[in-house]
Design a protein. Structure first.
Length: 361
């Protein structure tokens, strides 16, 4: 709609059909593992595509993709924009190498102030090259008024949710610990028989984290209180089935799940001091807990679970007003397109400068 041509390179996923409907060219790649070998393979597969379609801007959304984009953009004819979803880590040499490539992009997008501050501190990125653009959500989809009862009944039956308990939902891929371990320990600290915790995000084949969680749940005697389930394609209904939504472990760059949950009128809980906090209003639409402290997380959960019907109604209005004011898709897209325009403009100015120098050599 803005006058450009969109190509998306990545693995198949639930939005592949939507891309076809919008006539977006989908370049299929293996699942992103954010590793250096993956980055080599990505650069090799995309080189011909970039040349064929005359790509002018590559927008990378992981460290590995940023490294591949830098290789494809050598020579300066292609601009690179990188979205950083997590703070700088650099535990291993390969991660540090990919983070350096990320820092060399023509423009960086941080998904939160927390991530932006980390990038500036660890990668010495000046303010002129970094912008904070938070994720927007689809309010037509995440709207409590559009979720019919049969969707809730179907999902509750699939997950075997108990009717007589309050549901604590943690949506997040079980590929790395994002606070799930501490949540399980917090459920133990709650010591309540009227709660049921669902960790939503299991892979098709169990990951090392999922196996670790299962052992931890059994060791704490929470087999009937904490369950693990795969992601579903009806997250609005999933949020509606919950009484409180938890997300954002210590170091989390941002949490779109918390924004979606508030749009669905649900109270939220997350660790203090991370980027996830920037998606909520502490004390008004949710609560924070000291990072890594299960007892503090249990206290925050108790506050959310203790809300009266009147308090929940007030929180619902506050939460929906907050996210609709700050997390629209339209604002996210407008700011991203403005950034593309600035990057493309700098490319044009440099191209004109090179032409002038050539003519007057």
């Amino acid at each position: 709609a803005a006058g450009g041509r969109a190509l998306i390179a990545g693995p198949d996923g639930p939005l592949a059909g939507e891309m076809r409907r919008l006539k977006v060219t989908h370049v299929r790649l293996p699942a992103d593992t954010d590793s250096l070998p993956q980055a080599y393979g990505t650069a090799r597969r995309l080189r011909e595509t970039v040349a064929t379609y005359g790509v002018e801007i590559i927008h990378a959304r992981s460290r590995a993709a940023a490294w591949a984009a830098r290789r494809l953009a050598r020579g300066g004819s292609i601009k690179v924009v990188v979205t950083a979803h997590a703070p700088a880590r650099g535990e291993r040499w390969a991660a540090r190498l990919m983070e350096r490539a990320q820092a060399q992009a023509d423009a960086l997008i941080a998904v939160s102030d927390f991530v932006a501050a980390s990038l500036k501190a660890h990668q010495r990125i000046d303010d002129g090259r970094i912008s904070v653009i938070r994720s927007g959500i689809n309010f037509d989809r995440f709207n409590p008024a559009t979720v019919r009862a049969e969707r809730l009944i179907k999902l509750a039956a699939r997950w075997r949710l108990p009717d007589d308990r309050k549901v604590i939902l943690f949506p997040g891929r079980l590929c790395e610990d994002r606070g799930q371990i501490h949540l399980v320990e917090a459920i133990k600290a709650l010591d309540r028989e009227d709660v049921f915790c669902l960790l939503l995000g299991a892979e098709s084949s169990p990951t090392a984290l999922e196996e670790r969680l299962k052992r931890h749940i059994e060791r704490l005697g929470l087999g009937g209180t904490v369950a693990i389930a795969p992601f579903c394609d009806d997250m609005p209904a999933a949020y509606m089935l919950s009484d409180v939504v938890v997300a954002g472990g210590n170091g989390q760059g941002f949490s779109r799940a918390l924004v979606e949950a508030q749009a669905m009128s649900r109270p939220v809980v997350c660790d203090a001091g991370c980027g996830a906090v920037e998606g909520m209003v502490p004390g008004e639409t949710g609560w924070t807990a000291t990072p890594g402290a299960p007892s503090a997380l249990a206290q925050a959960l108790n506050r959310a679970l203790a809300l009266t019907a009147e308090q929940r109604a007030q929180l619902s209005m506050s939460a929906q007003a907050h996210v609709r004011a700050h997390f629209t898709i339209e604002a996210m897209c407008r700011r991203t397109l403005d950034l593309y325009q600035r990057v493309a403009g700098s490319r044009g100015r440099r191209a004109q400068s090179r032409t002038w120098r050539h003519r007057h050599a």
